[in-house]
Design a protein around this ligand. Sequence first.
Ligand code: PRX
Length: 676
Amino acid sequence: MWLPCGCTSKYVASSFARRTLASYLHVSGRSRCNVAAFMPEAAGLEGVSGRAALRELSVSNSESFWAAVARHRLCWSTPFHTVQDCDLSRGKIKWFEGGKLNVSVNCLDRHVHTCPERVALIWERDERGSEMKYTYGELLEMTCRLGNLLRRHGVKRGDCVTIYMPTCPLAVASMLACARIGAAHNVVFAGFSADALAERIRDAQSSTVITVNQGVRGGKVTELKKTVDTAMQSCPTVKQVFVAMRTDNPVTMTARDIAMEEEMLKEDVVCEPAVMNSEDVLFLLYTSGSTGKPKGLVHTQAGYLLYAALTHRYVFSYHDGDVFGCVADIGWITGHSYVVYGPLANGATTVLFESTPIYPDPGRYWDMVERLKINQFYGAPTAIRLLLKYGDQWVNKYDRSTLKTLGSVGEPINTEAWEWYHRVVGDGRCPVVDTWWQTETGGICIAPRPSDPDAEIVPGMAMRPFFGINPVLMDTEGEVLTSNNTSGALCMAQPWPGMARTIHNNHQRFIDTYFQPYPGYFFTGDGAYRSEEGYYQITGRLDDVINVSGHRIGTAEIEDVVNQCPAVAESAVVGYTHSIKGQGVYAFVVLKKGIDVQEADLSRQLNGMVSEKIAKYASPDFIQFAKRLPKTRSGKIMRRVLRKVVESDLEGLGDLSTLDDPAAVQEIIQDINISA
Ligand code: PRX
């Protein structure tokens, strides 16, 4: 039953799959055109006479578009009967209902069937020059053994497995093994602290955790298993922890712990895939919002996979045989969509980058590009800004002639960094695609490509909506801004298959956050500018979420930790412009009356608390002790004013008439720690 596309099995060669795409589409008329060569998925979309028309149709007749690409790009064991059933006003999103498939079959078995020896993963280990390659056959075997192991230990369809691992082949196999047996995964970034890990395990109600003995990054060893042990003290429902060995150093094993590789060897290499419904949960991924509590966004099987695969193929102009190098960690959505699911669904060779951009020296990325012959490189502006400061010689040392496309993600890329990336890294010949998207969107929504290869790209602009994406800008009254050369709140007027379906255990929060602010639209939380030509540029978050080195963090999460210190009465955290990190963390702290402490000691203590309870990157760069915070008469802290103060934008402080006591602002200005 589970044979891949292209072979004469019941699985794919059903009458459904054999019918031409055109027969599903009520689009008649003109003859086919070069669209089929550009996008074979769309070959049946008759009457489309070019890429622009295809893009137009993907929005005006999105059901036809998505039906065609879903049938072409994914392997189904049972065809879907309904393309979409969505109602944005209620936060109801369902795609491809009636369809059944297995994501691991789509990512592995079908490629093993056609080319088992193709390299699926290149693990660029922290130790330079020690990369390891895994074929699709090997990755399938690893996944099946692990799937069987999880099943033997009672993990069932619908359970949620937490994965706390660095970017490595066993982490990818763990994700795919969950998908194979119908369990959801919850990958927690391995830089998160024990408290942050425990909070995510509890919220996801995981009874199984997968980890490694130790992580290795930038030459430093991190004690991941010990962190899990600490987290376990507040996770009584966890029954088992699978421990893989990244280093040779043994770790203390408790009755709960299982030596993963040892046990995998005892398992069969064939693992029957679970037959999943399109809308069954594939994974949860926690991200920050404007409250102190991270939210577990839920992505489902078919729509997510399809969207990750399609965007991977077309935004980066990925072609068969290319080596795709996305340097994101698998703990973030970029790692999910463009290290794991998108590339593997497309049968690509994908790079797993375990190190840092400057280890052992600032040539690391480009040395890797030369060694692994990377064709598409996808990274974050924060790393580009850092490398730019080290100078061109670290780039020029290495042969980058294999590069075809350069991608940027996670935060705005400033013009200087964009131009350096384009001119120096890409030798002025590779398009730079600045890709805008979010954990919520599942995949890239706005990017310069696909469009004609020669179409203009403006530095620092995400440019054009992807197929099926219909962005709108809203004014403060909630009206759609129809003209160009205008800025507003970025919303989406139509659903697309990759979007998140809910927040785990809290659908109301999902509705309130994304669909309530502009009824009938998905609200992204970002602001954007639309140029005269209709190109989009992201102007930043409109809520209390900041972006530190490409890591998204809610200021309320940091405040929650700071406020737990017994000496602290209250605090307010805001972001400020940082030349490398994009944004830095600035904390204003008011102490309780009568507290007499050395400010330097307390700062150290607060930084330690934030690192311990969240992660190092969330730790404040500046802590300013203030007598009081500027508040409205109703007692609300005016963060807007604090943001302006840390940016030294005193002209832009705006209307202060609602302040309870404007003198509070003057006091803060006098003591400000930085000039941004
Ligand atoms: O503010 C936007 C910013 O990152 C946020 C999403 O963060 P996260 O869910 O962690 O996903 C990051 C990787 C997709 C967005 O709301 N952001 C993302 N990409 C860009 C960006 N800001 C400007 N330009 C981008 N290309």
